[in-house]
Design a protein. Structure first.
Length: 478
């Protein structure tokens, strides 16, 4: 695009867009402290979109001429091509992405570029940019999260419905469950994360442009025009809140921290399952690493890194909470520190989620080992107590009688279900003669038929409901 006319040299100290009030050069250390373009330039596509909508609105409200508005929009499109192609030259002396793009626009189209900032502040500009960025990131993260949940459902149905395993409390074997039930527990946890993300998207749907530096503007703008072009259903209600609040960033980081905490727990299970001590599962070679010293090693590094990166995202949330907690109304430069934790968390989530889905899909389970561990000699103790309750024994007494039977079996070195009828009657006199049949593994699993239980029919219901929910979500996303 040809330059419309020569750009007038800036009439500000040191060429700063805010320098009219100042004399002399900015201190070198303050210059280094102030610059943010090395990280906030990733907002350039969103800054350009917002600026094009703003320029069009300025023309429609006659704050600039139609020709000037058109020049701005075309010039911004040319800058977008340069940014996308890697040809844009970023100048740290212009501090941030906003002023770099505005200066480049002015150099490209002439004085009309100096009018782009009419009725706008960098304060409402960056609030808009981060909302547009987060809307995109949340859609991407939502898609990857659905894919992970779908991988859990697929693995549960394909490998877990016929695979008993021990359930644990305190990392001690507690009661037998189905592998599918365990996997579907993570599906439920991640489904709540998906709900949190959808709720955030509703609150992101407010356009702050028009709030100015803090109090709006006295110029006759029409923010609704820009909001419609950018796809926002609502405008920000209060200009102070629009430029000062970072709730939307905090909410995304909170979502990310909770999600990564859930993924860290999933990663811990994978690490345990793949250990020789458990030997419940194995990751494929492509999702494992070796040791630089020990040739025999096969390490679940992907799961360990997923577990480790949870601390990173939790730290991003803590960093921004700490920045925001003591700030007076409205905008303060401290808020420049909001972007690096935001970008770091977004990058981490978009890296970890597809890796987690691939790990779940790649896991192969050792059903024999799972079954042997589930068929623990003393796991039926609760079911023995339940059997006594069904025969009228108060639960506390039933608990004590079953515990005494376990202690005797341990001392004798036999399984609970292998006690002779007279031995069982000594500790549990109300037990039926066929009590031992109720203590077999398959009976134990089938008995857990409550709505949320681990009985095969209950888990099949969970899987069916999950498939229906995922299909509905995919349709909404499309």
């Amino acid at each position: 695009m040809a330059v419309k006319s020569k750009t007038r040299p800036p009439r500000t100290s040191g060429g700063k867009p805010w320098g009219g009030r100042f004399s002399g050069e900015t201190d070198e250390l303050l210059e280094k402290l102030s610059v943010s373009v090395h990280f906030d330039r990733r907002l350039a596509p969103y800054d350009i979109r917002g600026s094009q909508a703003h320029a069009r609105m300025l023309g429609q409200t006659s704050l600039v001429s139609e020709t000037e508005s058109r020049l701005m929009i075309q010039g911004l499109e040319e800058l977008k091509k340069r940014v996308d192609g890697g040809a844009f030259v970023w100048d740290p002396k212009l501090e941030d992405v906003h002023m770099n793009l505005e200066r480049a626009l002015t150099e490209l189209i002439g004085p009309a570029g100096e009018k782009l900032h009419t009725a706008r502040s960098r304060n409402d500009q960056v609030a808009l940019d981060t909302r547009l960025y987060l809307l995109d990131v949340s859609r991407l993260a939502g898609s990857e999260l659905r894919a992970l949940r779908s991988a859990l459902v697929e693995k549960a149905e394909a490998d877990g419905l016929e695979a008993p395993m021990p359930g644990y409390t305190h990392l001690q074997r507690a009661q037998p469950i189905l592998l599918a039930h365990h996997l579907m527990a993570y599906y439920q946890m991640l489904s709540r994360d998906q709900e949190r993300l959808r709720d955030l998207q509703k609150r992101l749907d407010r356009m702050p442009l028009g709030s100015g530096a803090l109090s709006g503007t006295g110029l006759p703008i029409n923010p609704r025009l820009a909001a419609d072009e950018l796809g926002f259903a609502r405008l920000s209600e209060n200009s102070l809140d629009a430029v000062a609040s970072r709730d939307h960033l905090l909410e995304f980081l909170s979502f990310g921290a909770i999600l990564m905490t859930n993924l860290s727990r999933l990663a811990e299970d994978i690490v345990l399952w793949c250990s020789q001590e458990f030997a419940f599962a194995e990751l494929p070679d492509g999702l494992s690493t070796g040791s630089s010293m020990m040739p025999q090693k096969k390490n679940p590094d992907g799961a360990e890194l997923m577990r480790g990166k949870a601390g990173r995202v939790i730290g991003d949330l803590m960093a921004l909470l700490t920045v925001v907690k003591g700030l007076p109304m409205s905008y303060n430069r401290d808020l420049q520190e909001d972007k690096e934790p935001l970008f770091d968390a977004a990058d981490t989530l978009l890296l970890v989620l597809p890796a987690a889905a691939r790990m779940i899909a790649g896991l192969s389970f050792n059903r024999e080992r799972l079954y042997a561990a589930a068929d623990d000699p003393y796991a039926p103790a609760t079911d023995l107590a339940d059997h006594l309750v069904k025969r009228g024994v108060p639960f506390r007494r039933a608990h004590g009688e079953a515990g005494a039977a376990v202690a005797y079996a341990l001392k004798k070195g036999v399984a609970l279900a292998d006690l002779a009828p007279d031995e069982m009657a000594r500790f549990c006199p109300e037990a039926a003669a066929d009590v031992m049949a109720d203590l077999k593994l398959e009976k134990l699993l089938a008995a857990r038929s409550a709505f949320s239980g681990t009985a095969p029919r209950s888990v099949r219901r969970q899987i069916k409901a999950a498939r229906k929910a995922l299909l509905a979500e995919e349709r909404r996303a499309a």
